[in-house]
Write a protein that binds this ligand. Structure first.
Ligand code: NAI
Ligand code: MG
Length: 491
């Protein structure tokens, strides 16, 4: 027996397996030097805005230059979307619209490898996740909503609801392709046309999606993509030709948009931050719960609005859970996002890494005890090791603020009532997890948790048929399922 397996037999060392590098080939994707705006079915240069770089966060190397859309470009895109709405897309029978959306879904599947590699390069997420989660789910959302395009009369009782018009959609960088699918698929199925603005650090997969629209022969102007930063997003949201705004991102910007749109008559849905409780009862299947905790907060480097960032453990098993969790975390492999063995990829940007570091320091200063897995961090790029904070009190900053990184705050509870009280003690309300053997307790908890999604004995599971969205400062409106169509239909 090796010393590692001796230790393992003694139950105190991780299962340290050596893996040979297994990098996915970059050759499947052709990254251009420069990307233009996608307006009215063509790639066009910006009228005056210039270009900005997007980088690979795992290496800090520039990947490409991307067009910066100004107000005039946004105006062109909204104009194209309006014409396409009036002349082509909204008069088209739903069963015809469905064919285009199905075609998009099928091409996403055909080009899945290309999309996954590009997503991992631009975003920093492990290829295992982009390949197995982001891309297949993006295809699934298009497939699902394609099926609704000719069935809008069944969305709700009463007269057949019609589309709103042009949807202006602003998305974040944590699931770039998947968020584009969440926004575009229901909007297009309902008969709206779209102008989508991807996040400035992750524009490339949406621009590949634009190529897929061309390949699917989607009529020009039906879906337009304008790249740029906050100012481009703000111009889109403010444009008078936009009838419906959908935003996913920070609570701060979400609140600002809500203020600006008040009284404008524009429809709005917001999907903002979260500080979800992942609640482990003493009768939970512990091994599964440990995996659920890992998936809850370390998936996608914790850049997940519904991440289980507050672990609430029943006091009697808290020490055991934390100990087992540390052992599990010591086995996670951090590094090259394109390596198929990688569990933890790069933090998306220098700014996000700075935020994670700042909040972790605050956590320590306020009395939390921090533990990080001892994994080596690459020299270049943006990295943060999987981290667990114990001795966290509900009043601590790291128990209240969204960190959006691989940092877990552990707290304990004694009774189910206390678990509910602690879980709901947040300004957010997007998601929660409950781990227990008792079905009755799951239902009891789900009734009391103020969260849009409650996962039972699992975490971070998504399905296009299932609505997703928040309470309180996590926003309003639902994406996914029949509910997700409501946002894109006239009242
Ligand atoms: P952000 O809210 O600034 O960015 C999200 C998107 O909104 C991007 O496309 C951005 O260009 C755009 N945007 C920025 N300002 C805008 C404005 N005034 N009008 C219209 N669009 C605007 O978020 P950021 O700075 O990338 O991340 C900050 C924090 O927000 C993160 O640390 C995290 O806590 C949270 N966040 C939450 C997300 C979620 O999924 N709920 C996603 C991204 C960030
Ligand atoms: Mg990037």
């Amino acid at each position: 027996m090796t010393s590692a397996s001796n230790d393992r037999a003694a139950g105190n060392a991780p299962l340290a397996i050596e893996y040979a590098p297994a990098p996915e080939s970059k050759a499947v994707v052709n990254i251009r030097e420069r990307y233009q705006l996608f307006i009215d079915g063509s790639f066009v240069p910006p009228l005056q805005g210039g270009y900005f770089p997007t980088i690979n966060p795992a290496t800090e190397e520039p990947l490409a230059e991307v067009a910066l859309a100004g107000e005039d470009d946004v105006d062109r895109a909204v104009g194209a979307a309006r014409r396409a709405f009036d002349e082509v897309w909204s008069p088209m029978p739903g069963r015809e619209r469905a064919k285009y959306i199905f075609r998009i879904a099928r091409i996403i599947q055909e080009r899945a490898r290309e999309l996954a590699v590009l997503e991992s390069i631009d975003n920093g997420k492990p290829i295992r996740e982009s390949r197995d989660v982001d891309v297949p789910l993006a295809a699934a959302y298009f497939f699902y909503y394609a099926g609704w395009a000719d069935k809008l009369e069944y969305v709700r009782p009463g007269p057949v609801p019609g589309p709103i018009g042009v949807a202006g959609q602003v998305i974040p960088w944590n699931f770039p392709l998947l968020m584009a699918a969440w926004k575009l698929a229901p909007a297009l199925a309902a008969g709206n046309t779209c102008v989508l603005k991807p996040a400035e650090t992750t524009p490339l997969s949406a621009l590949l999606l634009a190529e897929i629209f061309q390949q699917a022969e989607l009529p020009p102007g039906v879906a337009n993509i304008v790249t740029g930063a906050g100012a481009t997003g703000a111009a889109l949201v403010a444009h008078p030709g936009v009838g419906k705004v959908a935003f996913t991102g920070s609570t701060e910007v979400g609140k600002q948009i809500q203020g600006e749109l008040a009284g404008s008559g524009k429809r709005l849905t917001l999907e903002l931050g979260g500080k979800a409780a992942n609640i482990i009862f003493d009768d939970a299947p512990i091994e599964q719960a440990i995996e659920g905790i890992v998936n809850g907060i370390y998936f996608n480097q914790g850049h997940v609005c519904c991440a289980g960032s507050r672990l609430l453990v029943q006091e009697s098993i808290a020490d055991e859970v934390v100990e087992r969790l540390r052992r599990r975390l010591a086995t996670l492999r951090l590094g090259d996002p394109l390596d198929k063995n990688t569990d933890i990829g790069a933090i998306n940007s220098a700014a996000q890494l700075e935020k994670i570091r700042r909040l972790s320091k605050t956590g320590e200063a306020e009395g939390g005890i921090s533990w990080s897995s001892g994994c080596a961090l690459p020299e270049r790029g943006y990295w943060f090791p999987p981290t667990v904070f114990t001795k966290v009190e509900p009043a601590h900053t790291i128990a209240r603020e969204e960190i959006f990184g691989p940092v877990l705050s552990v707290m304990t509870f004694r009774t189910p009532e206390e678990a509910v009280q602690r879980a709901n003690n947040t300004v957010y309300g997007l998601s929660a997890g409950v781990w227990t053997e008792k079905g009755s307790r799951i239902l009891w908890m789900a009734e009391r948790l103020r969260a849009g999604v409650v996962w039972a004995n699992t975490y971070n599971r998504f399905d296009p048929a299932s609505p997703f969205g928040g309470f309180k400062e996590s926003g309003f409106g639902r994406e996914g399922g029949r509910h997700g169509l409501e946002a894109y239909l006239e009242r």
